[in-house]
Design a protein around this ligand. Structure first.
Ligand SMILES: *[C@@H]1O[C@H](CO)[C@@H](O)[C@H](O)[C@H]1NC(C)=O
Ligand SMILES: *[C@@H]1O[C@H](CO)[C@@H](O)[C@H](O)[C@H]1NC(C)=O
Ligand SMILES: CC(=O)N[C@H]1CO[C@H](CO)[C@@H](O)[C@@H]1O
Length: 417
């Protein structure tokens, strides 16, 4: 079992505990049937528990020790003493939410994810329609888990043959009106952990890279700087399964590749540009781009003032020939036009269209819609390049459960710059 630290939020009060635990599965057939005390062990992933501005959210309990049932609408079952085990497809959020709103308790919930959610992927996996459906339902479930206080333990597991058997047997017993109990036997799910403790908020650590440009002879003025920025962390309902391939692994990969290429060019005075290049891998992306704000405040003033523009890379990995360039200033602004023309020209040659999206920043709110808005607040011209057309809501597209797919586009993006 491992405890992982997760997060921090605008006002510094989000705490999270997440664990990756083994569940013990006991088959307890008693009474007249033969006594079989076989136990199997398999990996489960705990749903996050966190506080946001003092509001408790996520799954608030960790330990589990109840008999398994196949659904929450099984008659004659004491649900407060039952773990509902169900494949993702059969999880009905409307039903779960109704149950939660009526303040009834559940012994626990174990959701089985299809094998496509396994972190180690085979390369031949293709994206078919069914998978897109699954991504949509897991995204919906994730948002429900993140934005509610769930008073019972919730776990996820990757479905395998053994777990399939458990579900099937539990279903048969439920249908036969013989739900698992101490007397009838059945499967018991056990996660033997002590209740989670609060963790201190982690420090937001930004990583910075710098390639100085080459000044012309006898030139004394400060060279202008271009900043390339991508946030690197994730936030999802199941921290252990939130790898963030697209959000924002794709941006991170593009940034590292750009840095690699330009460091080779800049190693030679002949191919060294008249721009400084500043690279920023920023923390706290999911939490209102807090790390970006902290980074900008910590930058040397002269350096900050030398930034011509900043390009933030966010979710650029999907297979699509369409990207959006989000800006806070109107498209006819001279600086915005300069940025757009440069990128759109190259993009066109590669068959990628870039659409400019203008959204004013809201100075009276501390919440920002995009990473570049943290720059805009400091009066630095900036844009976010993304496949997303509209700004995601809180904790949406922050690298959670649906985001385990493969990244397609970053290599194209690399060519844009
Ligand atoms: C969820 O359950 C409700 C109530 O039983 C039902 O009306 C609804 O169709 C179900 N939704 C799905 C997606 O199965
Ligand atoms: C700006 O933020 C304030 C404070 O959160 C909010 O009340 C207002 O509606 C926002 N304005 C716009 C145009 O979104
Ligand atoms: C693809 C990628 O870079 N994912 C990383 C996103 O951030 C989390 C930490 O929050 C890392 O664990 C992932 O590896």
């Amino acid at each position: 079992m491992a405890i992982q630290r997760m997060s921090k939020k605008e006002n510094g009060s989000i705490m999270a505990a997440s664990s990756y635990i083994l569940v013990v599965l006991l088959c307890c057939m008693v009474a007249f049937i033969e006594i079989c005390d076989a136990a199997s062990v398999f990996d489960v992933y705990r749903v996050i528990q966190y506080d946001l501005r003092g509001i408790p959210l996520g799954s608030r309990r960790g330990s589990l020790n109840h008999y398994a049932s196949s659904g929450i609408s099984v008659p004659g079952v004491d649900l407060a003493r039952t773990v509902v085990i169900a494949p993702l497809k059969q999880v009905n959020i409307t039903l779960l939410n109704g149950y939660l709103q009526s303040k009834r308790l559940l012994g626990g919930l174990l959701v089985l994810l299809p094998r496509t959610f396994e972190l180690i992927k085979d390369d031949e996996r293709s994206k078919d329609d069914e998978e897109t459906d699954e991504e949509a339902s897991v995204a919906q479930l994730e948002q429900w888990l993140l934005h509610n206080e769930i008073p019972y333990p919730v776990y996820f597991a990757i479905e395998d043959d053994k777990l399939k058997t458990v579900v099937e047997e539990a279903k048969l017993n439920d249908i036969a009106g013989r739900p698992a109990t101490v007397t009838t036997g059945g499967y018991k799910l056990v996660v033997p952990v002590s209740e989670p403790k609060k963790l201190p908020p982690p420090t937001l650590t930004n990583i910075q890279g710098w390639l100085p440009g080459l000044k012309g002879e006898g030139e004394n003025s400060v060279l202008p700087t271009i900043a390339i920025v991508a946030w690197y962390d994730t936030f999802g309902a199941v921290p252990a399964l939130s790898v963030g391939t697209d959000s924002n692994g794709s941006g991170v990969v593009a940034l590292l590749e750009i840095a690699r290429l330009f460091s080779r060019l800049y190693a030679n005075p002949k191919t060294r540009g008249r721009y400084n290049l500043l690279f920023g891998l920023t923390a706290g992306g999911p939490y209102n781009y807090d790390g970006t704000a902290k980074w900008l405040k910590s930058l040397d003033q002269r350096l900050r003032e030398s930034i011509d523009y900043a390009l933030c890379l966010n979710s650029i990995g999907l297979q699509s020939n369409k990207l959006h360039m989000h800006v806070s200033k109107p498209p006819d602004n001279a600086f915005v036009k300069q940025m757009y023309d440069g990128i759109a020209g190259v993009a066109q040659e590669l068959g990628i269209s870039i659409h400019i999206q203008h959204k004013k920043i809201n100075m009276s709110s501390s919440r920002v819609a995009w990473e570049h808005e943290q720059f805009s607040r400091q009066r630095i011209t900036a844009a976010t390049i993304s496949e997303l057309q509209t700004a995601p809501g809180l904790f949406e597209y922050t690298g959670g459960l649906p985001d385990t797919g493969q990244v397609y586009l970053f290599w194209k993006f690399k060519k844009l710059l």
